[in-house]
Each structure stands twice: as structure tokens, then as C-alpha cells.
Write a protein that binds this ligand. Structure first.
Ligand SMILES: Cc1cc2nc3c(=O)[nH]c(=O)nc-3n(C[C@H](O)[C@H](O)[C@H](O)COP(=O)(O)OP(=O)(O)OC[C@H]3O[C@@H](n4cnc5c(N)ncnc54)[C@H](O)[C@@H]3O)c2cc1C
Length: 247
């Protein structure tokens, strides 16, 4: 009640946890099934809750899919509240969802070329955008997806990306890079090495991307976002960003 007026709280939607895959010790993908269909634009985030604890998650799935897929970094119990629960709740558990998905980290149609940079879970909104784009048989855009991780097993959507590239070799380009190439977890890695922010400038030069037609998107680790923004701005590019947590 505020000055005698009842302030309407948004009604929460109930959603069941229908699938979870533990990909590494610290990474899970989950699927939740809302009781009623939920509308969103590819690239937006939803707000998921359990017993009143709510957090934002970029949606991996595309609007045509009936379950909402999320890619979650699980924090240790001493540091995080909701993620340790998402990693352990039984399938069938009831979560809540805010009815409105939000965010402006969506595809900017003024540009025909999209340089999408992420660390680990930051790939989530790009997967949604790409699934939707190719499902809808759209054409004419080029997508350059650069993804950084410490370890190769953190490229959870690697197979899907490689498959999409093989079907759309002229419009989708994917460059995963590991920052700790000499560690044993990366022993069979033979791709790019180094932090993703350090390969952006070279990539822009090699591919000859130009700021008039290319928008830079950056999502995930705040330090990576700061570094990419500085570099992109100094090369004349406009940047869209999605921060998962504060520096
Ligand atoms: C728009 C938006 C989209 C997001 N999308 C995703 C997503 O797709 N996947 C995902 O895993 N997270 C995402 N997040 C982060 C998510 O909302 C939670 O903050 C995160 O899951 C931690 O929740 P928690 O309750 O376990 O920990 P909390 O109690 O919320 O956080 C504990 C502390 O850890 C910090 N923190 C949060 N995430 C991380 C991290 N990954 N690494 C280090 N520190 C962190 C928080 O800022 C806080 O200081 C998103 C955040 C925003 C704002």
C-alpha cells in the first residue's frame, strides 16, 4: 500500500525444472517449462526465482522452443544463493518466472555484420539470436562469434556452433579461444589461444570488418567487456553490452 493505493506487483508465472545437464563442475545447462507460454525477443533475459530469490538469466533458447534453456555458472555455496540451488534441485521442482522478459541486447537490424564476443556463459544470448535467425530462414547478415574460456570443456555450445557453421559457412564464423593452453584440461586443444579480448583487434583486421556495417556485441565477464569496449571504440565501432555481474 502506498498512500492508500494498492501497488500492483507483477504476477509470477510458475515453471518446472524439466532438464539439467552438469557440463563441468561449475557449469550447468537447464531447461524450465513455464505453465503458460512466455514471450521474448532473442537476446533478452528472464528473471527466475526460487522461494523468493530471483536472478536474471539470458535465454539460450529461441522463441519457437517451448522450454526456456539457460546456461548457468554455478557459484560455490559460500558465494552464491540461487545457482547452488539450480544445480541441485530435483527435476520437477517449481520455480518462478517474471512474466516479462527484458533487455535490449538483441540483434540490431541497422547492421548487416555482427561481431559477437563472449566469455563462457556469455554465449547464451548469441545462441538464441542465431537459433532464431536460421530457424526463420533469414539471410543477408554475417555473424562473427568469438568466445573465450579458461578451459576447452567450457565451450558448452561448441558442437552446436560448429554444426551451424557447417550449414551456414558464408554467414557464420566461430572462433573459440582458451586462455590457459598449457593446463592439462586443455591437453587436446589445438585451436586459438589467449584471452578473447586479445584476439579481437587481430580478427577485425584480418576479416577487414568496418564500423559502418558492423556492430560489436559483448557479453559476460565485466573485465572482458571493458577491454573490448575500449578497443572497439578506439577503432570507431559502436558497442552493445550485457553485463552479468559488476566489476
Ligand atoms: C542481464 C543479466 C543476465 C544474466 N545472465 C546470466 C546467464 O546467462 N548465466 C549466468 O550464469 N549468469 C547470468 N547472470 C548472473 C545471474 O543473474 C546471477 O547473478 C548469478 O547466477 C549468481 O547468482 P547467485 O544467486 O548464485 O549469486 P549471488 O548471490 O547473486 O551473487 C554473489 C556474487 O557473485 C557475483 N557474481 C554473479 N555471477 C558471477 C559469476 N559468473 N562469476 C563471478 N561472480 C559472479 C555477484 O555480482 C555477487 O557479487 C545474468 C545477470 C544479468 C544482470
Amino acid at each position: 500500500m502506498k498512500g492508500g493505493v494498492i501497488v500492483n506487483q507483477p504476477k509470477l508465472i510458475t515453471a518446472s525444472l524439466v532438464n539439467r545437464e552438469q557440463v563441468t563442475d561449475g557449469l550447468v545447462t537447464i531447461k524450465i517449462r513455464p505453465d503458460i507460454p512466455i514471450r521474448f525477443k532473442p537476446g533478452q533475459y528472464c528473471t527466475v526465482g526460487y522461494k523468493g530469490v530471483e536472478r536474471a538469466y539470458s535465454i539460450v533458447s529461441a522463441p519457437h522452443e517451448c522450454d526456456l534453456e539457460l546456461f548457468v555458472e554455478v557459484l560455490p555455496e559460500s558465494e552464491g544463493v540461487l545457482t547452488p540451488l539450480l544445480a541441485t534441485l530435483n527435476l520437477g521442482s517449481q520455480l518462478t518466472l517474471r512474466p516479462k522478459c527484458k533487455g535490449i541486447f538483441t540483434l540490431d537490424k541497422k547492421y548487416s555484420s555482427h561481431l559477437m564476443i563472449s566469455t563462457v556463459t556469455g554465449i547464451a544470448p548469441y545462441i538464441s539470436i542465431l537459433r532464431d535467425y536460421f530457424y526463420s530462414d533469414k539471410t543477408g547478415d554475417k555473424f562473427h562469434v568469438l568466445q573465450g574460456a579458461s578451459y576447452m570443456d567450457e565451450f558448452v555450445y561448441n558442437t552446436e556452433m560448429v554444426n551451424m557453421v557447417s550449414v551456414h559457412p558464408d554467414s557464420l564464423f566461430y572462433v573459440p579461444t582458451v586462455s590457459r593452453p598449457s593446463e592439462s584440461r586443455n591437453i587436446s586443444w589445438n585451436g586459438h589461444v589467449g584471452r578473447v579480448n586479445n584476439i579481437v583487434e587481430r580478427y577485425i583486421e584480418d576479416i577487414d570488418l568496418n564500423p559502418e556495417s558492423t556492430l560489436v556485441y559483448t557479453c559476460g565477464h565485466p573485465g572482458m567487456i571493458n577491454s573490448v569496449k575500449e578497443l572497439a571504440h578506439s577503432n570507431g565501432f559502436k558497442v552493445k553490452e550485457e553485463r552479468f555481474w559488476k566489476d
